[in-house]
Design a binder for this molecule. Sequence first.
Ligand code: NAI
Length: 341
Amino acid sequence: MPHTCVLIPGDGIGPEVTSAARAVIEASGAPVEWVEGIAGASALEQGHADVLPEATVELVRTHGLALKGPCTTPVGGGYSSVNVALRKTLDLYGAVRPVRSLDGVPTRFEGVDVVVVRENTEGLYAGIENEITKGVVTSLKVATEVACERIARFAFEFARDRGRSKVTVFHKANIMKLSDGMFIRSAQAVRPEFPEIEYDERIIDAGCMRLVQDPTDFDIILCENLYGDVISDLAAGLVGGLGVTPGANYGARNAVFEAVHGSAPDIAGAGLANPLAILMSGVMMLNHLHRHHGDETCGAAATRIRDAYDRALVEGQTTRDLGGSLSTAEFTDAVIARMGT
Ligand code: NAI
């Protein structure tokens, strides 16, 4: 039985990179069928009243699975983030963003293999902002015990299930004693359930210093929402940038896979975007289908795709962001050509 996946192209470079990922996944022989969901600026362009049409949310609820391209969020005004809204509406509380060194992508560090686990539903991204009086605004940081414990357990379970050894919480509980205090206390409360996993805490500023000094010191980094957003881009920079950093957003019933990067308006439509991050997110999706739905064909397809893009990189087949000269389409073809199907 094929799995139905909602493909949300998004906007900016989204349509280019999602169609590339789709082409590779199709060429891999993975039993995936696609239904298209629309979101972002393209939803408005196509006459929808909302950037996140209810029909799209309903499609993800129905099929439980989506591969999503980035959606632009206007800065300092305009509509709220589609990406944040989708995560909150579907209660996709756990973001997983693996960051690993790739052969063929030279960077300052070798052997980086870090996973950022980000709480996705609250913190400052609760979106509660008020103008108290002219010239005075507040943004409310929300932390609930339920969400803090849930993401801590998620991080430890992820570590245990993937054979990882350590969870490090990045926090600022010395200043935000209540909200970040609750975040670390929740992790401390969950920790005894996982005695085999080492546990560490870092105040985030010193943690960032350490992360750029020696990323191999970290395994899983557990963060609240805003810190997770920032740390995952920082970590991406350690292994070659946003073109090589995938992501997944998990809830109890649904999973939405998307790259860490945004809509990259500076290169949108130029055929220059690296589709690897969204393709790697697609590989995470296939592995999820293997792990949670027992579909070995999907696991095999994931391995085939991963081997193919690893080979392409080693053979110097890279897009501009990685120092190469291939277009989105040329890199996509290079991966498909190495799949041996
Ligand atoms: P961005 O991630 O879109 O771009 C940052 C830089 O990285 C740009 O120079 C861009 O060209 C480059 N880049 C990103 N992805 C790339 C790729 N696949 N291949 C080659 N180069 C790539 O971040 P920025 O510029 O801060 O945000 C642009 C828009 O994207 C904003 O509206 C932002 O809100 C939105 N955004 C959406 C996200 C999502 O949909 N999940 C996540 C992050 C940002």
